[in-house]
Design a protein around this ligand. Sequence first.
Ligand code: SAH
Length: 214
Amino acid sequence: MKKIKRFGKFDLLLDLKQQGISDIKVLNIIEHIDRSLFIDTNLKEKSNLNVALPIDCGQTISQPLIVAHMTQTLDINKKMRVLEIGTGSGYQSIVLSKLSRFVYTIERHNMLLKKAKNLLQSLEINNVFFKHADGGLGWSDQAPFDRIIVTASAPEIPTKLLSQLVDNGIMVIPVGEDNDNQVLKKIIKKGDSFIVKNIMNVRFVPLLEGKVEY
Ligand code: SAH
């Protein structure tokens, strides 16, 4: 019988490097965080695969390559405050927490938010603040933010979020109406104008309005 080779952390890191991830800090963080903690029991053996996987509430934990690209593009340092829209499993939140001063993360599904909050607390992550709300509105009490990351796809760049970014701040967001036509964009705020760059084609769940109580 042919033995199937397990795809381990080493294979994942090699794959990320080959696909353009060069930021050593980002690679180190991915190496040291156990992604299986953020994934359901029946899928844990797939945690090192470079693929998105289903989580509760019909959502997904992003592909490690996309997490790495978005994080690398944000160019974060330890003095920065980061707003994340779409907590999901909390995996991207913990990656951000290792690079920044504070992370403010918003999720519309209360169930996902509570699960991610408990998990990060059990891992003794103390610089992430959680909010159950419609992230499209941002977090005005805590604005402005040095960086904003949106991990769900919007039909267009939400102006409300742009208004919560500092001058020279960076936002990364997938933009596109349907599943097949989304582009990850990097937006840099320069006074009253914005520089927009396309990073890569992506496939995210949609950014939806309102919040879900359960
Ligand atoms: N960053 C997550 C990816 C989760 S998928 C991870 O690493 O696991 C995207 C998430 O965005 C989903 O959980 C979805 O419920 C959430 N979402 C979609 N629209 C939202 C909105 N308007 N406000 C907050 N969260 C939203």
